[in-house]
Ligand binder design. Structure first.
Ligand code: GLN
Length: 535
């Protein structure tokens, strides 16, 4: 076993308590004490990865540099820590079983009966240790998705039990995140659900070392002592996680509660430097004290669910803080936008984003919104599908190619300005087969993109099957509508810009996956700045 120490984060009482934010906040504090740390997430569902999931199910699918389609919590990890995650940072039950079944088919189990214990748990444990074995980390934080007591998370809980046994208690600890509900009728905070969920964990042979309690109200000293007594942890290991206005406050709250101190003591580690959150605090101060305010319209078809566009919303927060501007996002459902209501819907906004997406639903609404932004000189940022729709809008309304479309929406359309990538044409399977992860892009001089990045060549993350059809290069692009970025190897159009406009940029990639607190994304910064100027 390596010298790396392990922290497991489990959840109890209900889902959606924010294990990812607690894990990311703890990692941030450890990083700010110069401890090398990474986070991984194990999800109990049977999908091999979340790439095939509808955003309504688990929110956005986050994409890493190496092309993994992952849970959105990995986005939080990257945004908090400013380090890249990878395929190894997100594992699902589907992935685990797929691998074990492949090994069985190869005959690797030598005639043994393949079982949950030990074969599935061994596979889980191997994957839990993978990042630690690289020798790059002092601590690996492993978040276990779901809630303790769920049937589907049992193999993970059992693997954690075995890991603690293998590693020894001084090298591994368990943080259990629970909810302390407030009963308005009696005005009381209740600890019983937490007691029960700690007990459920114990039934699986795991005792929690630290309890992090989500609560709407301050926990009294008495209540903390009661929790410590009933949950079998030290008083200092009862950590309050009170509701805050922004997730970016959570690291500070956890530091006040001493979460990082308790963790390091339990793991017998010393901080390598005094806690340094200077940059984080600079960001928070800017974010909380904006001088200006803008309204950005976000057009998409999943706008009912905030988590669907998580990375875009967070990127706007980072870019807003950088511009000392509060960015108010107005969600606009693409299905509800049309020629009759577009002016009414968009007249108050200072900038427009058309979101990524798949399939036909809401497409015409997106095109209508883009036309309005182009003609009314409202800063426009089209991301992936948003860029493709900007091309179609220009082809139809400026070039006069009325039948222009994408073969995704209209497979037999007469003018397929957006078409399936050559490399995609023979692909039948849907999972993990898109153009994924980081690809290079050469920027055209004298464009908003080149100015924003201050670089000639960039690398951005992708997740798409369709692209601009280069057969139409000469027909569509002119002195006003230009290609502002191209992939050097394939010649694929990566960025388009409309010149006769304050800021009109469409990108085939997903800049939102690379914006972090310490490094807001250049295009989002530039877009927010342009929207502010428009105001
Ligand atoms: N559906 C489009 C494609 O596959 C766009 C994908 C996206 O917006 N991520 O090319």
């Amino acid at each position: 076993m390596s010298k790396t120490k392990y922290i497991f984060v489990t959840g109890g009482v209900t889902s959606s308590l924010g294990k990812g934010i607690i894990a990311a906040s703890l990692a941030k504090l450890l990083q700010a004490q110069d401890i090398k740390v990474t986070i991984q997430k194990f999800d109990p569902y049977i999908n091999v990865d979340p790439g095939t999931l509808n955003p309504y199910e688990h929110g956005e699918c986050f994409v890493t540099n190496d092309g993994a389609e992952t849970d959105l919590d990995l986005g939080h990890y990257e945004r908090f820590l400013n380090v890249n995650t990878s395929q190894a940072n997100n594992v699902t039950t589907g992935r685990v079983y797929q691998s074990v079944i492949e090994k069985e088919r190869k005959g690797e189990f030598l005639g043994k009966t393949v079982q949950v214990i030990p074969h599935i748990t061994n596979e889980i444990k191997e994957r839990m240790c993978l990042l630690g074995e690289s020798g790059n980390y002092d601590i690996v934080i492993t978040e276990i998705g779901g809630t303790v007591g769920d049937i589907e998370s049992l193999p993970y809980i059992e693997s954690v039990r075995q890991m603690i046994w293998d590693l020894g208690r001084e090298n591994a600890l368990v943080i259990h995140l629970t909810l302390i509900p407030f009963l308005a009728a009696t005005g009381e905070l209740k600890t019983k659900p937490t007691q029960h969920s700690v007990k459920t964990l114990m039934e699986s042979g795991i005792s929690a070392d630290i309890i992090v309690c989500r609560t709407e109200h301050e926990l009294t000293e008495d209540l903390r002592e009661k929790l410590a007594l009933f949950c079998n942890v030290k008083r200092e290991a009862v950590i309050q996680s009170i509701d805050v206005d922004t997730i970016y406050d959570v690291p500070l709250k956890m530091s006040e509660e001493g979460l990082n101190r308790v963790v390091l003591e339990k793991l017998n580690l010393k901080p390598k430097q005094a806690l340094n959150l200077d940059n984080w605090n600079v960001f928070l101060t800017r974010f909380k004290n904006p001088k200006y305010k803008i309204k950005i319209g976000l057009v998409g078809k999943y706008v009912e669910l905030q988590d669907s566009y998580k990375s875009i919303l967070e990127s706007l927060i980072h870019a807003g803080a950088e511009n000392e501007t509060e960015v108010q996002v107005i969600s606009l459902h693409s299905e509800h936008l049309n020629n009759e209501n577009v002016q009414e819907s968009l007249k108050f906004i200072n900038g427009l984003i058309v979101a990524p997406g798949f399939g036909e639903r809401g497409i015409e609404g997106k095109i209508t919104a883009i036309k309005y932004a182009r003609e009314n000189k409202i800063p426009f940022f089209g991301i992936c599908l948003g860029m493709q729709m900007a091309v179609i809008e220009y082809a139809r309304n400026q070039v006069g190619l009325f039948d222009a479309n994408s073969t995704e929406m209209s497979p037999n359309c007469k003018i397929p300005v957006i078409d399936l990538m050559e490399s995609q044409k023979k692909i039948i399977k849907k999972g993990g087969t898109m153009r994924l992860g980081a690809w290079d892009c050469d920027l055209t001089e004298n464009t908003h993109a080149a100015e924003a990045y201050s670089m000639k060549s960039i690398s951005e993350r992708h997740r798409h099957r369709y692209e601009f059809n280069n057969d139409y290069l000469d027909k569509i692009f002119d002195e006003n509508f230009i290609v502002a970025g191209t992939n050097p190897d394939t010649g694929l159009v990566e960025i388009i810009e409309y010149k006769n406009h304050p800021w009109f940029v469409g990108v085939q990639f997903h800049p939102e996956y690379k914006s972090t607190v310490s490094t807001p994304h250049p295009l989002f910064k530039s877009f927010v700045k342009a929207s502010l100027a428009k105001k």
